[in-house]
Design a protein around this ligand. Structure first.
Ligand code: ATP
Ligand code: MG
Length: 718
């Protein structure tokens, strides 16, 4: 081996090395958390490059943009200056689709609808189809269509199947929705995969060209791929079956988005001469943490047992903390963090706090802020969903793609310019009848008889304004954004409508967006364009906002924590109906997925782990008793350190109890945390079940999906 090769292999076990030096032919790396799967991918890329494989023949598909950035930095450190394609499936497909847009009936400046855009488009399609939504809500229809798309089912095939009444409705809406998307020159997240999978299926020549181009494809976190993603990598690995995937079936947490565990379980069947590598040494966690994870996941029935060992120090026992309520939970964690930082045993960036739903972080934020501890909330999607940000982006969308009807509907009367809902409806009707975009309909406003003269004038004025802004389409993003904010008088509108109670300033958010645009201009001096910027924004995921260069405590959802690691981890709100989530209770496979989600959280921890649950929690503004998660009972309780702070009521607790005396009437949940032998959550669950108010979990309408991330959960707790 060359000298550089030996550096490359130096910090790898023999098993890891055997995966890294593998060049041709399919390979499956199947291993538990922290065993170096991701490390194997980066080192293998470096090895391929050193072996003389041209950089453009390699593509590495990661689960988040953040993971891709990290991988790029690692590969660059090993083999500098190479341009290997790394990114998410959605980005990969988005870029292919720019190139081959015309083959699926799109133009290359097509738009990517985010979840809220798709929702609007879906409502319009439902209305145009004329189906009744009394038995199938728009969200349910959207969900069913999304599932069909992820399974590559076309409308006609679907309609020919035996369907439930809801599916029947959805299958009627599906073709109309697709047609409207094409008219708008737009795709939703599922379409990115679907169009590319279809391109490959229907165009053998293109498929074989791309197969020959991307000869070495790697997929990390393969357990979370769906059928469409499977079809894509499979289609690109026929003539050159050098497909290397890594994954851990126990960490599959995206079933709700169509991820199919069979993709990984059947890999060996699909590629009979596959090289399978198993990694069994964990480099991340203490034995204490690993045993907790292992005990828990053993309760899943649909799995194969994997044994992980580690040479790491035994470390501290895992802690289980029982708190009075969310405030007690937050305060105790914040106090502990402050103490550890004060005595210099830890730095802020060592800490991560995970929860099932974003909304649970609020009390923790409050506690950290009150103690002056810097923190970051990793929810990258949220910024782009803020009203003012979305408004400005919608103008950009419309400049980039005049067919973007959702954007037009959003901005045509924002800031208010006297164009009412009726007028918009009539524009939409005219557009539908003529199968043209709404902006086109607005240009032909004189043909819409039903519109009053005044309305026509207003619409024409908007078209003039649009045309004026569109002249700057090729300016830098920064100039374009500044220009449109000024021309639309958007800043004045914000000043007028901003409410003082809002703690995030809308004007500051607009400034931040413009800064992001300027930053993009700088980083893409040549190839930067409006559509690539918008594509980047559309495909952002929660985890992308994670900044590990900063000295801050990290707050994030369990879903967003995938693939990451932190020295000290807290998992909060491990309570029934939260984790496992209420929605998963009637379905075995969903229930097991919740357990895997908990498993993912536990296995992020390197040195210490605290799991906590409360006796009461604020739910929709009310303090209610809650019951511990059944998963707690599945942990190795005999070796876990239990702390019950719920008896030590702090000042907050007293004051609230006084203000809500009726609270005392509620039955207390008996968690006998101080008695080792009788610590049985299951039994207590039964005992208190009746008395417990049912937690109104999120309904589907609260869920926003992003391509790479889980639902940004609703604010049902405080
Ligand atoms: P997950 O399933 O959680 O994604 P993973 O299998 O991808 O985990 P990595 O993130 O690649 O695991 O590795 C976990 C940690 O162990 C990382 O900090 C990595 O640098 C370290 N590590 C992996 N292999 C070795 C090794 N041979 N020697 C030293 N450290 C290692
Ligand atoms: Mg990994």
């Amino acid at each position: 081996p060359s000298t550089s090769n030996s550096t490359l292999l130096r910090h790898l076990t023999p098993e890891q090395q055997s995966a890294v030096v593998h060049i041709d032919g399919p390979m499956l790396t199947l291993a538990g958390p922290g065993s170096g799967k991701t490390r194997v991918v980066t080192h293998r890329i470096a090895h391929l490059l050193e072996h003389g494989i041209p950089e453009w023949q390699i593509a590495a598909l990661t689960f988040t943009n953040k993971a891709a950035d990290e991988m790029r930095a690692r590969v660059d450190a090993l083999v500098p200056g190479k341009q290997v394609w790394m990114g998410t499936f959605h980005r990969f497909c988005a870029q292919l689709l720019r190139r081959y847009a015309s083959m699926v009936g799109l133009q290359e400046n097509y738009s990517i609808y985010d979840t809220s855009d798709s929702k609007q488009a879906m409502k319009r399609a439902i209305a145009a189809t004329g189906v009744s939504t009394s038995h199938a809500s728009p969200d349910m229809i959207a969900n069913l269509i999304s599932k069909a798309k992820n399974k590559l089912i076309t409308p006609d095939v679907w309609q020919a199947q035996m369907l439930s009444p809801q599916e029947k409705v959805a299958s009627q809406v599906y073709p109309i929705y697709q047609q409207q998307l094409l008219t708008a020159n737009a795709v939703d997240f599922d379409d990115l995969l679907l169009h590319v999978a279809n391109l490959l299926r229907q165009n053998p020549e293109l498929r074989s060209d791309l197969d020959a181009h991307f000869r070495y494809i790697m997929v990390d976190e393969y357990q979370d791929t769906n059928l469409a993603q499977y079809a894509i990598v499979r289609g690109l690995s026929v003539d050159y079956p050098n497909l290397a995937v890594t994954g851990d079936p126990d960490q599959s947490i995206y079933g709700w988005r169509g991820a199919d565990l069979n993709n990984i379980l059947d890999f060996e069947k699909d590629y009979p001469d596959v090289k399978t590598v198993r990694l069994e040494q964990n480099y991340r966690s203490t034995p204490n943490i690993l045993r907790a994870a292992d005990q828990l996941i053993r309760h899943n029935r649909r799995r194969k047992q994997k044994d992980l060992f580690t040479d790491n120090d035994e470390g501290a026992p895992v802690t289980l903390r029982i708190c009075s309520d969310g405030f007690d939970e937050a305060d105790s964690i914040a106090d502990e963090i402050v103490n550890l930082i004060a005595c210099e045993t830890a730095r802020p960036s060592d800490f991560a706090i995970f929860c099932r739903m974003n909304s649970l972080t609020r009390s923790v934020e409050h506690a950290l802020r009150g103690r002056g501890v810097p923190y970051q909330i990793v929810n990258g999607v949220e910024f782009y969903q803020r009203k003012e940000v979305k408004d400005v982006l919608s103008y950009l969308h419309l400049v980039n793609n005049p067919g973007h009807d959702v954007a037009l509907t959003r901005v045509i009367n924002t800031p208010t310019r006297g164009i009412g809902a009726k007028t918009i409806e009539r524009l939409q009707g005219f557009a539908d009848r003529n199968a043209i975009p709404m902006l086109e309909a607005a240009r032909r406003v004189d043909e819409i008889d039903a519109l009053a003269k005044r309305s026509r004038t207003m619409v024409s004025k908007f078209v003039d304004l649009y045309d004026k802004i569109a002249t700057k389409a090729t300016a830098s993003l920064e100039d374009l954004m500044r220009y449109l904010v000024q021309e639309t008088k958007y800043d004045q509108y914000l000043e007028k409508t901003a409410s003082d109670s809002d703690d995030s300033s809308p004007t500051a958010n607009i400034d931040e967006l413009i800064t992001a645009g300027a930053d993009f201009d700088r980083r893409h001096p040549e190839d930067g364009s409006l559509d690539t910027f918008l594509e980047q924004v559309a495909l952002v995921s929660d985890t992308d906002a994670f900044d590990d260069s900063d000295e801050r405590v990290t707050l994030m959802t369990l879903h967003a924590s995938k693939g990451l690691e932190f020295p000290r981890v807290y998992i909060i709100g491990v309570e029934d109906d939260l984790l496992p989530h209420k929605r998963s209770k009637d379905d075995d496979s969903q229930f097991e997925e919740e357990r895997r989600l908990f498993f993912v959280g536990i296995t992020r921890a390197e040195q210490t782990l605290q799991i906590s649950c409360c006796k009461r929690r604020m739910i929709r503004g009310e303090r209610r008793p809650v019951i511990p998660s059944p998963f707690l009972n599945e942990l190795p309780l005999d070796e876990i350190k239990r702390v019950d702070t719920s008896v030590n009521r702090g000042p907050w607790f007293d004051s609230v109890d006084q203000s809500t005396p009726s609270d005392w009437d509620m039955p207390e949940i008996q968690v006998n945390a101080n008695e080792d032998t009788s610590f049985d959550f299951g039994a207590n669950t039964n005992q208190t079940n009746e008395a417990v108010a049912v937690f109104d979990g999120p309904d589907d309408s609260d869920i926003t999906m992003t391509p790479d991330e889980p639902p940004t959960e609703p604010s049902s707790t405080a």
